[in-house]
Design a binder for this molecule. Structure first.
Ligand SMILES: Cc1cc2nc3c(=O)[nH]c(=O)nc-3n(C[C@H](O)[C@H](O)[C@H](O)COP(=O)(O)OP(=O)(O)OC[C@H]3O[C@@H](n4cnc5c(N)ncnc54)[C@H](O)[C@@H]3O)c2cc1C
Length: 393
């Protein structure tokens, strides 16, 4: 008989794991929201799936998406000075998670994965660990359900470093070559402009990361989609002239009234396994590795950890599942988790002078610009640039 696995959460981690594990194990996914609510509800994030994540999506036979909006480059501006557009090695893609998650949920259900619509609380946990050989906590930023220990040295902040303000908009002419447009306003925050695919067609995501109480932090109290749109237009006009030039003021609108979000993330990194009431439990994705979204790595790190957890579970398929398995999974993931976390935490602080110099060099040299674009698809390179400056630059 196949071992019984319960995945709690139907985000990128839970769904990609379900695809990876469904042939070898009996998989149940517990999800807080119905497929229809996920499809039509509030956006919960932005997302860019870089090359390695897309390769894993193919490996695990996940759905294919319209790739007319493939992301080919990273544009970089500091203040009002456009520096460069660095080319990615492999096209990236941003698919509205509402469309991505609901499509995967339907597809997996049709392929034999059991879905249980239930928002789990602490009262359910004892029963849950009794009923399954392994519970995997993929509850994302609202989790975790289990007491995975916090790793203090990777969790230096006691409050969010940015306010995340994002909307999915029509009425912005795409930049060329199509790419993620990063604008850094030192001391105030950042703007990420991301071409994306939704169920309704192409959109442009505008994603402001505002340093709390500084000049971009002006959306407090805005709850209606109309007010949000007006305020975003004003903000783009005031602070992001390059985007404003491409904004058609007649057509500028949210793609739907749920296509905006304000949230703040308090980053926390945890050891991704724990023994809870004598039963071994693991975590994957944001529930255990929660970083600030500033480097756009959350989905990509989740996907990386899914693959490592999959490989570990296959290695231990016929063995006892206990803390040895957990240690093996953590040993496989910890270097990458550490590199992404240290880079991401550094990005929320004023940029070190040597990094500013690297960015300025990108304006003079296309190869250097391409190397900087590679930071986002291979964050090891970013970590080297930030922390081992002498050797690599
Ligand atoms: C504003 C913002 C912008 C971002 N931008 C980017 C970006 O550009 N690129 C990038 O790679 N990453 C980005 N991220 C991070 C990215 O969204 C996450 O890393 C990614 O979604 C994590 O996937 P996950 O499956 O771990 O969690 P989630 O996607 O959060 O999924 C968790 C799931 O668990 C379910 N759940 C939670 N609790 C329970 C419960 N008790 N019972 C049952 N179900 C439960 C939830 O309903 C949800 O479906 C951003 C995040 C934010 C907030």
């Amino acid at each position: 008989m196949k071992k019984q696995l319960c995945i709690v959460g139907s985000g990128i981690s839970g769904l990609q794991l379900a695809y990876a594990l469904k042939e070898d194990f009996d998989v149940t996914v517990v999800h807080a929201n119905s497929t229809e609510k996920v499809r039509t509800g509030r956006v919960m994030s932005t997302q860019v799936h870089f090359g390695p994540t897309r390769t894993r999506e193919s490996r695990f036979h996940m759905p294919k998406w319209d790739d007319h909006q493939s992301i080919k480059s990273i544009h970089m501006t500091i203040g009002k000075q456009k520096l460069f557009a660095g080319m990615l090695k492999k096209d990236a893609l941003s698919v509205d998670q509402r469309h991505y998650y609901s499509t995967c949920m339907k597809d997996l259900a049709s392929k034999g994965v059991t879905f249980l619509h239930l928002k789990l609380t602490n009262e359910h946990l004892d029963r849950l660990i009794e009923d399954y050989d392994l519970v995997i906590d993929c509850t994302g930023k609202s989790g975790p359900l289990f007491p995975f220990p916090i790793i203090q040295e990777l969790s230096p902040f006691d409050k969010p470093q940015r306010k995340c303000i994002t909307g999915y908009f029509l009425g912005i002419e795409p930049n060329e070559p199509l790419g993620v447009n990063v604008t850094v306003l030192p001391g105030s925050g950042e703007m990420f402009e991301i071409p994306a695919v939704t169920e309704e067609g192409p959109v442009t995501i505008l994603f402001i990361m505002a340093v709390p109480d500084k000049e971009l932090d002006t959306f407090k109290g805005i709850t209606s989609s109309n007010e949000f749109t007006m305020h975003m237009k004003q903000c783009v006009q005031n602070f992001f002239p390059d985007i404003y030039k491409r904004l058609n003021t007649e057509e500028f609108a949210l793609i739907d009234e749920n296509a905006f979000l304000q949230i703040a993330i308090n980053p926390k990194i945890r050891k991704p396994y724990v023994t809870y009431k004598d039963k071994f439990v693991v975590g994957c994705g944001d529930s255990v590795f929660l970083n600030d979204p500033i480097t756009g790595q959350g989905c990509n790190l989740s996907s990386y950890c899914v693959e490592q957890l999959f490989e570990t579970l296959i290695d231990y398929k016929h063995d006892q599942w206990d803390e040895n398995l957990g240690e093996s999974y953590w040993n496989r993931t910890k270097d990458f988790v550490t590199e992404i976390t240290e880079w991401t935490n550094a990005m929320t602080q004023p940029l070190p002078e040597h990094v500013v110099q690297i960015l300025l060099k990108g304006a003079e040299n296309q190869e250097q610009a391409d190397r900087i674009a590679e930071w986002f698809e291979n964050p090891k390179r970013a970590h080297e640039a930030f922390f081992q400056k002498q050797e690599s630059h």
